[in-house]
Design a protein around this ligand. Structure first.
Ligand SMILES: C[S@@+](CC[C@H](N)C(=O)[O-])C[C@H]1O[C@@H](n2cnc3c(N)ncnc32)[C@H](O)[C@@H]1O
Length: 260
């Protein structure tokens, strides 16, 4: 897992040349030093899932992507020009099909949301909802949330970060793929403004413990004990429904960035 200043992890199976931690992470074509696309990295917190879009999703994609979507790149986002206004900004990492993203953005029209996801049909489904419901305050980035936070989001610029039901990678040998590592918490903390909140939900008890331990390594993140500057009400998604049906409690964790 890449962190605040850490370079890309060397691939598990890759070419023979030694991993160079000082090489630029991605070239002008979005390829890393092993030729892998930054849109489909192999050693990351996600499995690449490709899929075809329905005709309606494809139409929404063709119509809207250039205006409300971007691929991960070494280019800082200027939220004021992208959204056409200045408003509190939230980044949601791993938005999936965007059920929570769309509902929460509709409930909070005064907040701007950037949804980051690698799953193309998921992004397309969210785009379709944006089109259908005419939701003005969502933008999408296709790529790895860590890459996007590091290279596209300015320090101390976010009022919130949301991570709902991150892939738990339950096998011990896969724990390194988990999105929420101490380095990710440090990176998230660096992108939050003072008073900004990180809201995480998971139905995986062991991952919840891991998450609490990882967050404890970043003491500037304190458990929220007062009013949140962003809404915390999530609609029930497919993952939450499955968790409830299987009697798995959902852990809801919310931190606030302290001054120091
Ligand atoms: C279990 S799903 C949860 C989706 C959604 N948050 C929900 O609650 O319905 C996890 C999602 O995170 C995405 N994901 C995993 N690692 C990611 C990363 N590093 N950057 C962006 N998206 C990621 C996956 O593609 C997947 O859609």
């Amino acid at each position: 897992m890449a962190g605040v200043d850490t370079p890309a992890t060397p691939p598990q199976t890759g070419p023979e040349e030694p991993f160079d931690p000082h090489a630029p992470r991605y070239d002008a074509h979005g390829r890393d030093q092993y030729g892998r696309s930054r849109l489909h990295p192999r050693v990351t917190s996600f499995r690449t899932r490709r899929g075809t879009l329905t005709p309606a999703q494809q139409r929404s994609w063709d119509e809207l992507w250039d205006r409300v979507g971007k691929d991960a790149a070494d280019e800082m986002i200027d939220p004021a020009s992208w959204f056409g206004r200045t408003a509190p900004l939230v980044v949601e990492i791993g938005a999936g099909t965007g059920t929570s993203t769309a509902a929460m953005a509709l409930a909070e029209p005064e907040i701007d949301v950037i949804a980051v996801e690698v799953y193309h049909p998921g992004l397309a489904q969210l785009l379709h909802a944006i089109n259908r419901e005419q939701i003005p305050n969502i933008r999408l980035v296709r790529g790895d949330g860590v890459d996007v936070l590091e290279n596209m989001i300015a320090p101390a610029s976010l009022t919130g970060v949301r991570v709902f039901f991150p892939d738990p990678w339950p096998k011990v040998r896969h724990h390194k793929r988990r999105l929420l590592q101490p380095e990710t918490f440090a990176l998230i903390a660096s992108r939050l403004r003072v008073g900004g909140v990180l809201h995480v939900a998971t139905d995986h008890a062991e991952y919840a413990e891991w998450i609490a331990e990882a967050a404890a390594e970043v003491p500037i993140l304190r458990t929220l004990d007062g009013v949140s500057p962003i809404g915390l009400d999530r609609p029930e998604t497919k993952f939450e429904g499955k968790a409830k049906a299987a009697d798995r409690p959902v852990a809801e964790m919310i931190w606030r960035k302290a001054e120091r």
